[in-house]
Ligand binder design. Structure first.
Ligand SMILES: C[S@@+](CC[C@H](N)C(=O)[O-])C[C@H]1O[C@@H](n2cnc3c(N)ncnc32)[C@H](O)[C@@H]1O
Length: 278
């Protein structure tokens, strides 16, 4: 039984990092005319109302997107353009989830596959995304669904793996699914999101990735505060396999500045490193 609902957390610091990286990768993919496929294994509800009772309960976006001034981050124009496209009045009311961000970039030749297993969020996702021949929405286990979709016809794909990590062994499940997917399709771009609640779990995943056959892995992480056993999620990150060539340079100048604005303490909490070389 799934209890996690992303509507309580939309637009928080973890979403900012994940969605900035997502936009960077999608901007890279659309530079070529060749079609690509976008696979979102844990799609969520699609579009979030920051004035809903859910968002208002924790107000996490105030510590996330609410802290970012577009004028201070001209290099994130693409990310702000996507957000603005869902907020025609100019005021920030709706925050786009990963499916809405992907939809913004999708061209006639591209395809998207969105998996969401929570029945209510699946219904909401279908409504928010609307009918489109280019986008398939399914209520199934995204990690199993991903495997069936690979390798894609286009031979170009971005797979976003963004679980809620509610299950005890979810880090292990994610690693197993990624390594299986990579064996079927080793040239795809995979972005694997993780929360830092228990650093040991993240370190174990990192070690397994290093020990695997997978090459070309980078890690980007942003935090509110240093690791702690008491504070819940203090940081969040992404392992990106086969990243665009310019992503590392961009993130290495951006992350310290984001950490300065987002962080709760004087310590800038971020990581930007190469986990496995090409
Ligand atoms: C962190 S949220 C996704 C947020 C979304 N990717 C975004 O960036 O807007 C994780 C979602 O995964 C869903 N979920 C959990 N286990 C799943 C599974 N095995 N397959 C597909 N969806 C799952 C949850 O219901 C939740 O909506």
């Amino acid at each position: 039984m799934l209890s996690y609902r992303h509507s309580f957390h939309a637009g928080n610091f973890a979403d900012i990092l994940k969605h900035i990286v997502l936009v960077e990768i999608l901007e890279h993919l659309v530079k070529k005319d060749a079609p690509y496929e976008y696979i979102d294994t844990h799609a969520g509800a699609g579009l979030f109302n920051l004035e809903s009772v859910y968002a208002k309960k924790l107000e996490e976006h105030t510590n996330g997107i609410g802290k970012l001034k577009p004028g201070d981050f001209p290099e994130l124009a693409g990310y702000f353009d996507v957000i603005n496209s869902y907020n025609e009045s100019g005021a920030l009311k709706l925050y786009p989830g990963s499916p809405s961000i992907a939809k913004y970039f999708l061209r006639p030749q591209d395809r998207a596959w969105l998996c969401e297993m929570h029945p209510q969020d699946y219904t909401s996702l279908k409504q928010k995304i609307g009918k489109s021949k280019k986008i398939r929405v399914s209520c199934e286990d995204g990690l199993k669904g991903m495997s069936a979709l690979l390798p894609p016809h286009s031979r170009r794909a971005l797979v976003l793996i963004d679980p809620s990590y509610e299950l005890k062994n979810e880090f292990e499940q994610v690693f197993d699914a990624v390594s299986k997917a990579h064996k079927k399709f080793s040239t795809g771009i995979y972005a694997v999101w993780y929360p830092v609640v228990d650093r040991q779990k993240v370190d174990r995943l990192k070690k397994k990735l290093i020990a695997s056959e997978i090459k070309n892995i980078q890690r980007f992480e942003l935090g509110l505060s240093p690791d702690s056993d008491e504070r819940g999620m203090t940081s969040a990150g992404l392992f990106v396999i086969n990243p665009p060539w310019n992503l590392f340079d961009k993130m290495s100048t951006l992350l310290p500045r984001l950490a300065q604005v987002i962080g709760d303490t004087n310590e800038k909490c971020f990581k930007c490193d190469i986990i496995a070389k090409e």
